[in-house]
Design a protein around this ligand. Structure first.
Ligand SMILES: Cc1cc2nc3c(=O)[nH]c(=O)nc-3n(C[C@H](O)[C@H](O)[C@H](O)COP(=O)(O)OP(=O)(O)OC[C@H]3O[C@@H](n4cnc5c(N)ncnc54)[C@H](O)[C@@H]3O)c2cc1C
Length: 310
């Protein structure tokens, strides 16, 4: 087991009171979960769970290490039943993804979210090497970076349960989890092939406000062939609440209309109000700025070489 910032996992396990299991498959891991119910926890990179156990905030009777499950760390192209894209094993680390050629080429907004400045700081660099994409999506901080980028890419989550596999949208993954889907384990993420021309994707992240988490905004934007009208726009904000929030009102005023400076500002205003709800004015203003920045950035990318600097 690789020693990291958290120390050697083996000595942590030796000094702990829980049962420690290393299943050989996700199905076996699910059966163990079903047996122990809420008393068991799966562990992947351990960057969140180990500190929680050390602080006494999590007290599992049984820890199921997913690192023993073979082939959970892949990042590869797929083509199934006429659908193409990229599939990512839930055990792939942020380091695996950040340096993956296929992610940087075909899902650059995910690489952008992973490689944002916070993960480059020495303070959190170790988390970048150890944290897995599966752990990111099930940790309270999941809303911050990875999930918004996956949502604008229309990614799907494939979960293993005792009965078999189930594919669901990212939104459903969060809802199912909050309802207590404790016997299911995320096996892989599927990102469908993206249309490339006229499409712009961008990710913007701001520093944390006070003791709160930092806010991250992912935007998908598709223009018409003349680069005048917005055909589709999606805005997803992470870091406010426990799960990312997709704005409906911001996109509604831009869709079908020509790109216009006032419209961008209005869309950012409306989206920030919608996703921030009862947040304080500083959070609202910071979110508004990030949304506006991300929309402008996505427009530049969708126009490509003809960017006019809106
Ligand atoms: C110093 C530091 C800086 C950080 N900075 C950022 C940041 O800038 N942006 C950001 O987004 N996050 C950040 N994080 C959060 C970090 O991303 C999480 O700690 C990490 O995502 C957890 O991943 P893990 O593989 O270590 O999960 P673990 O700690 O192993 O598990 C976390 C949770 O996920 C569950 N879990 C793990 N894998 C699966 C699976 N396959 N199926 C179902 N449940 C599963 C576990 O049961 C547990 O509840 C930071 C963390 C640290 C410690």
């Amino acid at each position: 087991m690789r020693p990291g910032y958290l120390g050697d996992l083996e000595s942590f396990i030796d000094s702990s009171k829980f049962e420690y299991l290393e299943p050989n498959s996700l199905q076996e891991a699910c059966s163990i979960l079903a047996r122990y119910k809420e008393k068991a926890k799966v562990i992947a990179g351990g960057t969140e769970l180990i500190p929680l156990i050390q602080q006494g905030k999590a007290r599992p009777d049984c820890l199921i290490n997913l690192k023993s499950v073979p082939n959970l760390q892949f990042v590869e192209a797929y083509s199934d039943f006429g659908e193409e894209g990229i599939k990512i094993g839930s055990g792939a680390t942020l380091f695996d993804l950040g340096r993956s050629a296929i992610i940087n080429e075909k899902a650059a907004v995910l690489a952008e979210a992973i490689n944002q400045r916070e993960f480059r700081l020495n303070r959190s660099r170790w988390a970048y090497y150890m944290a897995t994409i599966g752990g990111c999506l099930f940790s309270p901080e999941r809303a911050a970076d990875i999930a918004p980028a996956l949502m604008v890419l229309n990614a799907k989550a494939v979960r293993q349960g005792i009965q078999g596999w189930e594919t669901m949208s990212m939104q459903d993954l969060f809802t199912a989890d909050s309802k207590g889907g404790v016997y299911e384990i995320l096996g892989e993420i599927r990102i469908p092939k993206q249309q490339e021309s006229e499409v712009g994707l961008a990710y913007e992240k701001g520093p944390a406000i006070g003791d709160g988490s930092s806010i991250g905004v992912a935007v998908f934007l598709r223009l018409d062939l003349k680069h005048v009208d917005v055909e589709e726009i999606r805005i997803v904000v992470g870091g406010i609440g426990n799960a990312p929030i997709e704005s409906r009102e911001g996109p509604a005023i831009m869709t079908g209309n020509p790109i216009d400076d006032h419209l961008i500002i209005d869309a950012a205003d409306m989206a920030a109000e919608e996703v921030c709800g009862a947040s304080d004015s500083e959070t609202m203003e910071r979110t508004r700025e990030l949304i506006e920045e991300a929309i402008r950035h996505a427009i530049d990318r969708s126009i490509g070489d003809f960017a006019l600097g809106y």
